[in-house]
Design a protein around this ligand. Structure first.
Ligand code: PMP
Length: 392
């Protein structure tokens, strides 16, 4: 690619705050998943440092054998309590959680039903499963029903992102659980982008839609609102027990370091103590949506702090990202296969620690770059619904 247009692996020289240091310059961070601004919170950092003092830097083994520390178990208890489930199980990344859960829950004669826009880690998990994988069109309930109807007498598991990670829209969980009940399927929700942000207290999309008791479980990650790295499954005790003894990603890989567990425990404590962080990220989300709509950007139908700005083709997105960085704004480029072909977009994601003034500056620069590259006032791609600014 032409020099100066490659928008990946750009090094950041500071903490992941509302502004970050790049090439020695302050840049407004409009592309982080640090939704509640906790990755650089002094209490979270201190908790992680204390865990290093107590346990050291690594576990030197998997959860199954020598790698379970008291802090892993404490973290699981905290997560089960936060999610309101019987139990929780911690993995080393969110990606591995999907592999370690989904791949093991349907037998050889079973069927996995996945939304076409599910995260790559769900798609890969399905490849590892002995069951058959069937994809349905994005949030298309008629298509899901058509595909469920013909799978009589088979174990069926529907897996969806709670918040779709590139487009920012929510899975229609009430309709999904209705179909699951009708056709005897289980449902798992990957709430990587929802825990800490959506639902009462940040409990996730199933809680938001009041269908928590009708899903089998939730998968979450620590790499977003929970200020760390790792992942978890939250669900019934018997499923957790089964996974503990069958999940290859859990049994055959080292457990996450103690500092990361301590950071999660502290992050959850802060989220519970300071619910205003959740309100704030929503306030900023609605503010930004309104500002982008007023400037006639095509922003689809985001229902979370992820706001996609549709741009069209891949090269324009690359150019836009690098021009915005020059202007002091960091944004992420998203192209196929992360989104369907010709749906290339700038993925904006918000942190509760940003300010309206910073958002105004970012919008001003987006308008400048958008006008120069011709993506202001364009229509969203066919089939993409249009936004209405409100809280999910
Ligand atoms: N699921 C979804 C929906 C995601 O967006 C991501 C990461 N972006 C993951 C799983 C993987 O999580 P992690 O980064 O913790 O591996």
């Amino acid at each position: 690619m032409a020099s100066g247009l490659y928008p990946y692996f750009r090094p950041i020289e500071s903490e992941q705050g509302a502004t970050v240091m790049m090439d020695g310059k302050d840049v407004i961070m409009m592309g982080s998943n640090n939704y509640l601004g906790l990755t650089n919170h002094p209490e979270v950092k201190k908790a992680a440092q204390k865990a290093i003092d107590q346990y050291g830097t690594g576990c030197a083994g998997s959860r199954f054998l020598n790698g379970t520390l008291a802090v892993h178990q404490e973290c699981e208890e905290v997560l089960a309590d936060f999610m309101g489930t019987e139990a929780a199980l911690v993995f080393s990344t969110g990606f591995m959680t999907n592999q370690g859960v989904i791949a093991h829950l349907v037998p050889r004669e079973g069927v996995l039903l996945l939304d076409r826009l599910d995260h790559a880690s769900i798609i890969d998990a399905a490849r590892l499963s002995f069951g058959k994988t069937i994809k349905f069109n994005h949030s298309d309930m008629a298509d899901l029903e058509k595909k469920l109807r013909v799978q009589k007498n088979k174990t069926k598991l529907i897996v969806v992102d709670g918040v779709f990670s590139m487009e920012g829209d929510l899975a229609p969980l009430p309709d999904i659980v209705h179909l699951a009940d009708k056709y005897g399927a289980d449902v798992i929700v990957d709430d990587a982008h929802a825990v800490g942000v959506i639902g009462p207290g940040g409990q996730g999309t199933a809680s938001h839609f009041s269908v928590k008791d009708r899903i089998l479980g939730t998968i979450g990650t620590f790499s977003k609102s929970f200020a760390s790295i790792g992942g978890f499954f939250a669900g019934p005790e018997d499923v957790v027990h089964y996974l503990k003894h069958h999940s290859r990603a859990l049994i055959f890989s080292a457990s996450p370091p103690p500092a990361n567990m301590a950071a999660v425990i502290k992050a959850v404590e802060i989220i519970r103590r300071e619910p205003q962080r959740i309100d704030r990220v929503w306030e900023l989300t609605n503010y930004l949506k309104k500002a982008l709509l007023a400037e006639e950007f095509a922003i689809g139908k985001p229902e979370s702090p992820i706001i996609p700005v549709y741009v069209g083709d891949d090269m324009t997105v690359f150019r836009a990202c690098m021009m915005l960085q020059e202007e002091g704004v960091f944004v992420n480029p998203v192209i196929s296969p992360a989104v369907p072909p010709h749906h290339a977009l700038i993925r904006l994601s918000l942190m509760s620690t940003l300010t309206e003034k910073q958002l105004d500056y970012a919008v001003e620069k987006l308008v400048k770059v958008g006008k120069a590259l011709g993506f202001v006032g364009i229509q969203p791609p066919e089939g993409v619904e249009v936004a209405k600014p409100e809280r999910a």
